[in-house]
Design a binder for this molecule. Structure first.
Ligand code: COA
Length: 163
């Protein structure tokens, strides 16, 4: 839904749905957030999502925060069929990624992005929004809590390569 926009109460930044023109800056921020993946792969993903053709079966969008014409953060939000601690009978919104440039943190940009993600999730007919973060990432946990999220679970992921 290009053109939809969300204004924070005291605008530290303007939040809008990302579009194809944001591909380079969003890909770079994907890489800042998830440096384990190659930039080229992030660029492919960003291009698909921002063009409205996400590599997922359920809807997935990216909102960007702009300050004086410069993109300073993004939130990637999509639907999942279920999420830990949520009502298993209906899809939920899920925060796949949330990032603000280090120099812009602590001034309400993250909150404005989260508000846009919440509004989008409601518009998809969902009643719950879920998210996750790394177990040792205290600042992200505090930010989630400040915005009304509650911890539902802590887990350790395993894998085993089958011969
Ligand atoms: C998490 C992140 C997106 C928050 O963005 P931000 O612009 O700094 O957030 P805001 O300034 O809007 O703060 C939102 C709320 O979280 C709180 N908060 C943010 N960072 C915090 C921290 N390090 N410690 C405690 N509270 C914090 C703020 O106090 C604010 O609550 P308040 O309005 O009640 O004071 C940003 O810090 C970031 O990009 N971090 C690195 C990437 C990351 O961890 N992403 C999340 C996992 S995907």
């Amino acid at each position: 839904m290009p053109g939809s926009a969300h204004e924070p109460a005291s605008p530290p930044a303007y939040v809008r749905l990302g579009g194809a023109a944001d591909t380079d800056v969003v890909a770079r921020m994907f890489f800042e957030l998830w440096p384990e993946g190659p930039l080229a792969e992030h660029r492919e993903d960003a291009a698909l999502i921002l063009a409205g053709a996400p590599p997922s079966t359920l809807p997935l969008v990216v909102f960007v925060a702009e300050a004086r014409g410069v993109v300073v953060g993004f939130i990637e939000v999509g639907l999942r069929s279920h999420a830990d601690g949520c009502d298993t009978r209906r899809p939920v919104g899920f925060i796949e990624g949330w990032y603000v440039e280090p120099s812009r943190r602590g001034s309400g940009v993250g909150r404005a992005l989260m508000r846009a993600a919440e509004e989008w999730t409601r518009s998809q007919g969902c009643r719950e929004l879920a998210s996750d973060t790394w177990i040792d990432h205290e600042s992200s946990q505090r930010a989630h809590e400040a915005l009304g999220f509650e911890v539902v679970d802590r887990c350790v992921n395993f894998k085993k390569v089958l011969q």
